[in-house]
Design a protein around this ligand. Structure first.
Ligand SMILES: NC(=O)c1ccc[n+]([C@@H]2O[C@H](COP(=O)([O-])OP(=O)(O)OC[C@H]3O[C@@H](n4cnc5c(N)ncnc54)[C@H](O)[C@@H]3O)[C@@H](O)[C@H]2O)c1
Length: 251
């Protein structure tokens, strides 16, 4: 197994939204991109567009919440490329139920995708990044990790809890994986994607008026910050949380 010259980025939740926009930016920046998603059909379609554009792409369908599944996906990725330079933990689900409505299973599922899924992928890639003495991990959290759920938000407390857990995971791993592997997080605000479109469209004027920059965010707004955290050289940034929310939560 020989490591290729091309840098490799693994992106979860890559079939659409912020994950897909991140893949597009990283591919354009010269990375081979491993696109991970639960939805194999959408994943193939999204990957085809990048392949047609001449980029190196590998698709890897699976559920981020399965530890064994992620280990098996990772073994295939390592066998193909022999290296990993960047991980973008992005796959996530909304959880619209409040405390009095949510079931135990729904709470567990929210945490197991939105938090444990991030652990699963960090655990998979960490040894290789440490051995390489190089790695960039970017975790997509949410502004609601810090603010709790706004009345207009798609998701309620369980999602906020998972996303706040992502911030703790980011800070803890930034220290554990230093000095050669950086771990940072991004907290998007209201970004127009499949996850949020219905709700944003039904409250658009109200949401826009709550954002100092006066507009809803796009996946590209987040993807350019993902690219920055992965490609900036030299980098002296780790354990950092960057809000990408148009000033919605100025703290
Ligand atoms: N859109 C927003 O306003 C917003 C705001 C804050 C944070 N976020 C976060 O950004 C990330 C991306 O969100 P998005 O808006 O692009 O969502 P999206 O729904 O457009 O895309 C999420 C992708 O994750 C995949 N996915 C879901 N569960 C999975 C699983 N178990 N295993 C593998 N893949 C799975 C889906 O198939 C989908 O392709 C999420 O973590 C979300 O919580 C989004």
């Amino acid at each position: 197994m020989t490591a290729s010259e091309q840098k490799v980025a693994v992106v979860t939740g890559a079939a659409k939204g912020i994950g897909l926009a991140s893949c597009e930016r990283l591919a354009a920046a010269g990375f081979a991109v491993v696109m991970v998603d639960l939805d194999a059909g959408e994943l193939q379609e999204a990957a085809a567009a990048l392949t047609v554009a001449g980029h190196t792409v590998m698709v890897s369908a699976g559920d981020v919440s399965s530890f064994a599944g992620v280990q098996a996906q990772w073994a295939e990725i390592l066998a193909r490329f022999g290296r990993v330079d960047a991980l973008v933990n992005n796959a996530g689900i909304a959880q619209p139920k409040a405390l009095l409505e949510i079931t135990e299973e729904e709470f567990d599922r929210t945490i197991s995708i939105n938090l444990k899924g991030y652990f699963n992928w960090c655990k998979a890639v960490a040894q290789t990044m440490i051995d390489q003495q190089y790695g960039r991990i970017v975790n997509i959290s949410s502004v609601s990790a810090n603010t709790g759920a706004a009345p207009s938000a798609v998701s309620k407390f369980a999602y906020c809890a998972a996303k706040a857990g992502v911030l703790g995971l980011t800070r803890g791993l930034a220290k554990e994986l230093a000095p050669h592997v950086t771990v940072n997080a991004i907290c998007p605000g209201s970004i127009m994607t499949a996850l949020t479109e219905k709700l944003i469209m039904s409250n658009r004027a109200m949401i826009e008026s709550s954002i100092p920059m006066g507009r809803i965010g796009t996946p590209l707004d987040v993807a350019v910050v993902v690219e920055f955290l992965i490609t900036v050289e030299p980098s002296f940034i780790t354990g950092e949380i960057i809000d990408v929310d148009g000033g919605q939560w100025v703290n």
